[in-house]
Design a protein around this ligand. Structure first.
Ligand code: IFM
Length: 454
């Protein structure tokens, strides 16, 4: 029998985000976020689903934390809803919002589960959107102030903080592709938004370090996909390079190299006025943890379909697909090796800790006659990705932890409730939870710190 084992101090966890699970959208003084606005606009979300109730975690968090204990995870990554803390985005603080997260942190610690707190997982308070949202540089200060307020309350107990989850998605899916809130289709706005998100990361990191009552680790989680050319032709390879720059290097370079990969001429053609202010790139480059969210790869060919962009995504036939993406475990290995060689190795000793902060799959599943959820495809996905992760560790990439996305089935943004990512099944009519077979399998892996591969 062949077994793989992870390093002794390897951290196993699961992740969630506020809007996707909490519900209670208008309770206890919570303000309105851009996702309330988008999901309440008919036609924007599949089946017109909203996060109004979601998995009702705001009321059922104790039951959900029992599930964390049952899975045996060492850490739990969750996000704080900015509109619960500052209903107007800035100004008056809502004490009930802070009390909620305070209770979560205490209960996690009581269970010996390390809280990994993410400050921004896309639920921008609507009043800040009304002032221009992330494309407006003024938002940076609002975010820093919000980070300060949350740290003042939780910073005596929370040691691990993430500023942003997937800033690329906030910027590009929200401001260029228009599929996420605020639903814009403006490439220049997306680039502005991304730069301001990154600057706010750097300044919030400083604020968190200053306010916390103990040494803290500050991270950011990035959605990263290895980009493959559809063929070996020069045009396809160039197209794949362009997409790699716009999806991966655009976040990795500023955070880890202190440079921007966007040429001055591209900036000038898309933006009016200077975007990158003196000192910005130094501010952005501060990181104790690099969180990698890996789901799939992107295959690209040259195409004239979309002017200016000249690229098109293709889906190679014969491969395995989920409800949303191609399933490509080897991409995780390729990505980790690249991060190590191109970004971490040159940093010498001041290298951030590398963690997989999200990985998971939306495949159809359901409760069988005997009450079990036999999600064999998710188990296979997990197993194959962990094998690739282990391969990277064996090859010298110091990955320190793995967080599965997600603990619970939840509101999958523009896809509503049509996609299920949980290790725990949620019946959204009754809110009954059922641990899936994948959840049981994962719990075994956590307990044994590894598994048999045959
Ligand atoms: O559900 C999302 C999560 O909010 C961010 N990362 C990707 C997940 C799956 O799409």
């Amino acid at each position: 029998m062949t077994r793989i084992s992870f390093p002794d101090d390897f951290i196993w966890g699961v992740a969630t985000s506020a809007y996707q699970i909490e519900g209670a959208w208008n309770e206890d003084g919570r303000g309105i976020s851009i996702w309330d606005t988008l999901s309440h606009t008919p036609g924007k979300i599949m089946n017109n689903d909203t996060g109004d109730v979601a998995a009702d975690h705001y009321h059922r968090w104790k039951e959900d934390f029992d599930l964390l204990s049952e899975l045996g995870v060492h850490a739990y990554r969750f996000s704080v809803a900015w509109p619960r803390i500052l209903p107007q985005g800035a100004g008056a603080v809502n004490p009930k919002g802070l009390d909620f997260y305070d209770r979560l942190v205490d209960d996690l610690l009581r269970r010996q589960i390390e809280p990994y707190v993410c400050l921004y997982h896309w639920d921008l308070p609507q009043p800040l959107q009304d002032k221009g949202g992330w494309p407006n540089r003024a938002l940076v200060n609002d975010f820093v102030e919000y980070a300060r307020i949350v740290t003042r309350r939780l910073g005596d107990r929370v040691k691990v903080w993430f500023t942003h989850n997937e800033p690329w998605v906030t910027a590009f899916v929200g401001h260029f592709l228009g599929e996420h809130a605020p639903g814009w289709k403006d490439l220049g706005a997306a680039i502005r938004a991304l730069h301001h998100l990154l600057v706010s990361h750097g300044l919030a990191a400083r604020a968190i370090r200053a306010e916390a009552k103990q040494p803290v680790q500050i991270g950011i989680t990035l959605n990263l996909n290895p980009v493959y050319p559809a063929s070996d032709s020069e045009k396809d390879r160039e197209a794949a390079n362009q997409v790699d720059m716009m999806m991966n290097r655009i976040v990795l370079d500023p955070l880890l190299k202190g440079t921007s990969p966007i040429s001055e001429s591209t900036m000038a053609s898309l933006l009016t006025g200077k975007l990158i202010q003196p000192g910005d790139l130094e501010t952005i480059r501060t990181l104790d943890i690099l969180g990698v969210n890996y789901y799939s790869r992107t295959v690209i060919k040259h195409s004239n379909k979309i002017p200016f962009i000249n690229v098109e995504q293709v889906y190679p036939p014969g491969n395995e697909y989920s409800g949303m993406w191609e399933i490509f475990p080897e991409g995780l290995y390729v990505l980790l090796k690249r991060i190590q060689e191109e970004y971490l190795a040159p940093l010498g000793d001041s290298v951030p800790r590398l963690m997989i902060t999200e990985n998971g799959v939306p495949v159809p599943d359901g409760v069988d006659f005997d009450g079990q959820v036999r999600d064999e495809r998710r188990i296979r996905y997990l197993r194959n990705h962990l094998i690739q992760l282990h391969r990277a560790v064996q090859d010298g990439v110091a990955v320190k932890g793995y967080f599965h996305w997600s603990l619970l089935d939840n509101f999958e943004w523009a896809w509503g409730y049509s996609q299920r990512f949980g290790l725990v099944y949620v019946d959204f009519k009754t809110q009954k939870r059922v641990v899936k077979n994948s959840g049981r399998w994962f719990a075994e892996v956590v307990k044994a710190n590894g598994f048999a591969t045959d």
